[in-house]
Design a protein around this ligand. Structure first.
Ligand SMILES: Nc1ncnc2c1ncn2[C@@H]1O[C@H](COP(=O)(O)OP(=O)(O)OP(=O)(O)O)[C@@H](O)[C@H]1O
Ligand SMILES: [Mg+2]
Length: 343
């Protein structure tokens, strides 16, 4: 049994976790920066980096104390090395390098998206490769065929906004505050998902990709018109997003197959989306797998777990590994038509 220390600092959560290769989270701590960023309606990179720098050392000490472990017990130190807000990523990565040096332990520079992609395997030991993954988070919306550790075939991506971004921006338009995803989901429970006519961008398109910018703009127009309640607008927005996800997944499943459909990333915390995906999986005779809510949004257990998977394969990184603001999971994937710089 090996023990991996994981550090996550790519966005607005400072997180540290100690996970073993037997899938036990020995200890973990997460410090959210929601209060610091709330006045700005979104994450401010400079504030995020400073907050990570203040918190990370005491949190590392707390996790070690909670687990009753010491650095000498760790078999590797894993940290998110990208993609993300570069100031924050550097705080976590440099901390991990210092710990790796001090303890003469290997460094594992983890792709944050790989953390999300493998997180379902931390929660479920029976989930084997390959699986079809819907990765839906604040910065990404992708369909991936996960064939093994480090083997990701990107089948679709967004040509504009990520779905979490669309949730957050729609919440901001409706004055629901930040972070928007959970607020939209809660309000949607009181609304009618059929009553507000909203577009389903790229639905039925020959291209495999997603688009959510037009949906967000439509939410803005409807809100300005004052014709509908926020509850109906939230419910209709969420339903439009679900229809887009199902349409694009059906398209992917018409070309590729896998025994399991898996969802990961912050938006995977949404119960309505989970329910719709589970029904889709049943229709396609696939197993459905979604990690527990705490493993969906950013956390360090998923980074430590990705470290465990890489440790088992002996895939270590050098101490001069550079932090990467952008780091596609599938470097071979062609840029999507209309895409800006999103991988
Ligand atoms: N219940 C929910 N319904 C919809 N969206 C949600 C829910 N809970 C969280 N989200 C969304 O998930 C996103 C945060 O997820 P996550 O922490 O994985 O993203 P990120 O780390 O910022 O982006 P990335 O992983 O792409 O770098 C936010 O956009 C948030 O609004
Ligand atoms: Mg994330």
């Amino acid at each position: 049994m090996s023990l991996v220390l994981g550090i996550e600092s790519s966005c607005d959560e400072t997180a540290v976790a100690l996970v073993d290769t037997g899938r036990v989270i020995r200890a973990e701590r997460i410090a959210s920066q929601i209060e610091e960023h709330a006045p700005y309606g979104g994450v401010v990179p400079e504030i995020a980096a400073r907050a990570h720098a203040e918190r990370i050392a005491p949190m590392l000490a707390d996790v070690m104390n909670d687990a009753g472990a010491s650095l000498a017990d760790c078999d590797a130190i894993a940290a998110t090395a990208g993609p993300g807000l570069i100031g924050g990523v550097m705080v976590g990565l440099v901390s991990a390098k210092a710990l790796a040096m001090a303890s003469d332990t290997p460094l594992l520079a983890i792709n944050h998206l790989e953390g999300h992609a493998l997180s379902p395997r931390l929660a479920d030991p029976t989930l084997e490769f390959p699986y079809m993954l819907l990765l839906v988070s604040g910065g990404h919306c992708q369909i991936l065929l996960v064939e093994g550790v480090g083997q990701y075939k990107r089948l679709a991506t967004t040509i504009d906004d990520a779905l979490g971004e669309a949730f957050d921006k729609s919440a901001k338009i409706m004055g629901l505050g930040y972070p928007g995803g959970p607020a939209v989901e809660k309000l949607a429970l009181q609304g009618d998902p059929q009553v507000v006519p909203l577009p389903r961008p790229l639905k039925g398109s020959k291209e495999p990709h997603f688009s959510f910018a037009g949906l967000k703009s439509a939410v803005s127009r409807v809100h300005q018109s004052g014709d509908h309640s926020n509850a109906d607008l939230a419910a209709s927005f969420q339903q439009a997003a679900i229809d887009c996800l199902l349409d694009r997944l059906r398209k992917a499943l018409s070309h590729h197959s896998a025994p399991a459909l898996v969802v990961a990333g912050g938006v995977a915390a949404n119960q309505a989306i989970r329910g719709a995906l589970e029904a889709l999986a049943t229709q396609h005779n696939m197993r459905f797998c979604a990690p527990p809510l705490a493993l969906c949004t950013d956390n360090a257990a998923m980074i430590a777990w990705a470290g465990c998977e890489r440790l088992a394969l002996g895939q270590f990184d050098a101490l001069d590994f550079a932090a990467r603001p952008r780091w596609p999971l599938d470097p071979q994937a062609q840029a999507a038509r209309g895409a800006g710089v999103k991988a």
